[in-house]
Design a binder for this molecule. Structure first.
Ligand code: IMP
Length: 201
């Protein structure tokens, strides 16, 4: 079984990756297995730049396959905000609630037709030290509600109404969210790539 280092401390992401990797004889490992402090600055202006920064943070510490991701919410009518600032929209260290309340405030004048939004995930994957980095994107479209609804999920889920559903992401069962999420869509693309390339080995 080969190992895949996932540049995250988030065990939820490791769980998600493990279920995709297991049938491919790949084991997803968190960066804690390196026993070193791995740090990076998320200063990029795109999700792709940030995903690459995270991937490069383990270069020199790990010679095998590695994977990183960066996600966020984009509101076209706000010029792409909160975008790469999604986790700190209301300021460094701000809570999920403070972030989505700031977004509701910024959008208070926008009518129903102007409230479109989408989540994006960018995955960056490198098969080994000298390999070219591959990027995979996943997207989930919807619109921003006028008030929060639902108890599940995290981040902007309580205010994100998913296209094709009458509920926010926070009101959907977790299993349903995981099937349609931007992250899962990007991971399905990575999975196809891995299947094709691991079969060639
Ligand atoms: P990360 O790159 O996955 O850590 O995501 C950065 C930020 O984007 C999170 O802190 C959330 O604010 C937001 N975000 C990303 N994915 C989701 C999601 O599935 N639901 C709600 N918010 C999300």
């Amino acid at each position: 079984m080969d190992d895949l280092l996932v540049v995250t401390q988030n065990l939820g992401k490791i769980r998600e990756m493990s279920s995709i990797c297991a049938p491919l004889a790949l084991r997803a490992l968190p960066i804690s297995i390196l026993n070193k402090t791995v740090s990076w600055q998320e200063e990029g202006s795109t999700f792709r730049e940030n995903a690459l920064t995270k991937l490069n943070a383990v270069q020199g510490l790990w010679a095998g396959a590695s994977l990183s991701d960066d996600s966020g919410l984009v509101v076209p009518k706000l010029g792409g905000e909160p975008g790469v600032y999604s986790s700190r929209y209301a300021g460094e260290g701000s809570s999920d609630k403070a972030n989505f309340e700031k977004l509701l405030h910024e959008m208070r004048e926008l009518k129903a037709g102007d409230r479109d939004a989408f989540f994006v995930t960018c995955l960056a994957y490198r098969a080994h030290l000298d390999a070219k980095v591959q990027f995979f994107y996943g997207c989930l479209t919807g619109r921003i509600a006028c008030a929060p609804e639902g108890q599940g999920g995290f981040g902007y889920d309580p205010i994100f109404l998913v296209d094709g559903y009458q509920q926010t992401l926070a009101a959907l069962p977790e299993s349903e969210k995981n099937k349609i999420s931007h992250r899962s869509r990007a991971m399905q693309k990575l999975k196809k790539f891995l299947i094709k390339n691991l079969l060639k080995k």
